[in-house]
Design a binder for this molecule. Structure first.
Ligand code: B4P
Length: 186
C-alpha cells in the first residue's frame, strides 16, 4: 500500500497513475471520486460541491466512507492512495483500517515542488480544463489548507520510517523513475 502526498499541483494524480500501472496497483483518488459525484449530481456531490469550489477540505467522515467503500470493491487491496489522507484524523483512521485488514503501509511518497511552480501549473490547467477550483483565489486557499492540515502528515509518516521525498519538477517520465527508484521498485 502506498500514499502520494504533496501540495495541490505537485503531480500526485499524474505520478500515482503511472506508478500504479507500472506496479499493477489500484489507484484510489479521492479528488477524482468526489468530482465524479459532483458531475453526476449525487447527494454526496451536492454536499461537497461548494466545499471543493472554495478550496476547503471535505469532512473526514465523508472521505473515510468513500475509502471504505472503495476498499470493499477490491478482492485483494493493493492500492495507491492519491490525495488521501489529508488530515491527521484521516491518517489515523487509515492506520486502523489497514491494521484491521492485516495490510501494511509500505511507502509514502512526498512530491516537492516550489509554490510559484504549483500556482503556474494550476493556472495553466484552469485554461486547459476549466476545473472550478483552479482559479487564483481558490488555488491560494488550497495551498493554505495544505500547509495547515496536510503538511503535518510529513512528520507523522517520517516518524514511522515510511516517507520518501522526490523532487516533482522536470519531465514526468524522469519523476516516475525517481519514485520507483526511491521505493526500491526500479
Ligand atoms: P485533488 O483532486 O486531490 O486536487 P489537488 O490536491 O488540488 O491535486 P491536483 O489534482 O491539483 O494535483 P496534482 O498534483 O495531480 O482534490 C481536490 C479537492 O477535493 C480538494 O481541494 C478537497 O476539497 C477535496 N478532497 C480530495 N481529497 C480529499 C481528502 N482526502 N480530504 C478532504 N478533502 C479532499 O496536479 C497535477 C497538475 O500538474 C496537472 O495539471 C498536471 O498536468 C501538472 N503536472 C504534473 N506533473 C507535472 C510536471 N512534472 N511538470 C509540469 N506539470 C506537471
Amino acid at each position: 500500500m502506498m500514499i502520494f502526498l504533496g501540495p495541490p499541483g505537485a503531480g500526485k494524480g499524474t505520478q500515482a497513475a503511472r506508478v500504479a500501472e507500472r506496479l499493477g496497483l489500484t489507484k484510489i483518488s479521492t479528488g477524482d471520486i468526489l468530482r465524479a459525484h459532483v458531475r453526476e449530481g449525487t447527494e454526496l456531490g451536492k454536499k461537497v460541491a461548494p466545499i471543493m469550489e472554495r478550496g476547503d477540505l471535505v469532512p473526514d467522515d465523508l472521505i473515510l466512507a468513500i475509502i471504505k467503500e472503495e476498499l470493499k470493491k477490491l478482492p485483494v487491496p493493493r492500492v495507491i492512495f492519491d490525495g488521501f489522507p489529508r488530515t491527521r484524523p484521516q491518517a489515523e483512521a487509515l492506520d486502523r483500517l489497514l491494521g484491521d485488514l492485516g495490510l501494511r503501509l509500505d511507502a509514502v511518497v512526498l512530491l516537492e515542488v516550489p509554490t510559484d511552480e504549483l500556482v503556474q501549473r494550476l493556472m495553466k490547467r484552469a485554461q486547459e480544463e476549466g476545473r472550478v477550483d483552479d482559479n487564483e483565489e481558490t488555488i491560494r486557499r488550497r495551498l493554505a489548507v495544505y500547509r495547515e492540515e496536510t503538511e503535518p502528515l510529513i512528520d507523522y509518516y517520517a516518524r514511522k520510517g515510511v516517507l520518501f521525498t522526490v523532487q516533482g519538477v522536470g519531465p514526468v517520465d524522469q519523476i516516475t523513475e525517481c519514485v520507483l527508484k526511491v521505493i526500491g521498485a526500479a
